[in-house]
Design a protein around this ligand. Structure first.
Ligand SMILES: C[S@@+](CC[C@H](N)C(=O)[O-])C[C@H]1O[C@@H](n2cnc3c(N)ncnc32)[C@H](O)[C@@H]1O
Length: 286
């Protein structure tokens, strides 16, 4: 395991800076007004997850007020044409959490897009008809099974795309998908190439975990593709700095290494921080 330097700041190459520090004090201390282009983050959901250092069972109002305070700091450091992607879910017995959070942030940001992160989906051949490439029923992706008869398996989470104005232009084709019907290309003014906007349902499966003990150093990560798609959607060219205030084991920072953009991350737990450094170093040396 790598050592954390005594000053609690760790750099991976020139572009990635990680702080072992509370994000609220950290953002205030280290980030200037309007210097961040993109924030991609997944905060604790307050659903009783057993993190090493964070208590994930606060009274609801206390939790919402805390996230609001963090978001006010995010607003301060976000550029006027920046994007704040907030990934959040709930639990079957408490599905209001994402909506309560969005409602709390409503007075600070415009909710420009609501993206559905689909982790698993089943598509019956009979409902797609004569689609090329789909020869039978499809059931793909992973999810946490829910026991009992009351609730469906929870196969999706939200990614709220908040902006300051609601008018931030996006690079939709950077994460576009090929047209199914190629005759669309050239037919419409906007369809100049074999790519269309994928819409707001993003199928991003978790990587398959074969050995839980060995491969789950953190209880609630998102896949690298999630921050990668958010940053691409905002536009890699114009992204100079990405922030993840709740960095966990550094998934957003890995996406930034892949895309060659600068990133700052905060995490309060030393073990997660060490794992983040380890992941980033092995990615860098790959
Ligand atoms: C949902 S996880 C994020 C996981 C991350 N997206 C990943 O893929 O690794 C939330 C993280 O926030 C951290 N955390 C909780 N309170 C924090 C705070 N005040 N400042 C910084 N990090 C905090 C927790 O330790 C946890 O690792």
């Amino acid at each position: 395991m790598p050592d954390i330097p005594s000053e609690r700041v760790y750099k991976v190459g020139e572009k990635i800076t990680l702080y072992l520090e509370d994000c609220l004090s950290g953002i205030r201390k280290y980030l200037k007004q309007e210097e961040v282009d993109v924030v991609v983050t997944s905060p604790p959901y307050n659903i009783g997850i057993r993190y090493n250092s964070h208590y994930d069972n606060m009274p609801r109002e206390q939790y919402l007020e805390w996230l609001e305070k963090v978001s006010v700091e995010i607003k301060r450091v976000l550029k006027n044409d920046g994007s704040f992607f907030l990934n959040i879910g709930g639990k079957p017995s408490d599905p209001w959490i994402p909506f309560d959070v969005a409602q709390k942030l409503r007075k600070h940001f415009v909710l420009q897009n609501v993206i559905h992160w689909v982790k698993s989906i089943a598509i019956e051949k009979s409902s797609v008809g004569k689609y090329p490439g789909i020869s039978g029923d499809v059931a793909v992706g992973h999810y946490k099974p829910i026991r009992g008869k009351r609730f469906l398996h929870d196969n999706h989470e939200y990614i709220f795309h908040f902006t300051k104005t609601g008018r931030v232009e996006l690079d939709r084709l950077a994460i576009g998908v090929p047209y199914q019907d190629k005759s669309n290309i050239g037919r419409w003014k906007s369809a100049k190439q074999d790519k269309r906007c994928r819409g707001n349902t993003w199928f991003i499966p978790y990587e398959t975990i074969w050995d839980r003990e060995k491969q789950r150093p953190h209880p609630s990560t998102f896949p690298v593709a999630l921050p990668e798609m958010c940053i691409k959607l905002h536009g890699v060219e114009r992204t100079k700095l990405v922030l993840d205030p709740f960095m966990g084991i550094g998934t957003t920072a890995i996406a930034c290494l892949k895309l060659d953009v600068n990133a700052v991350g905060f995490e309060i737990d030393e073990e997660y921080m060490k794992k983040a450094i380890e992941r980033l170093q092995s990615f860098k040396n790959f």
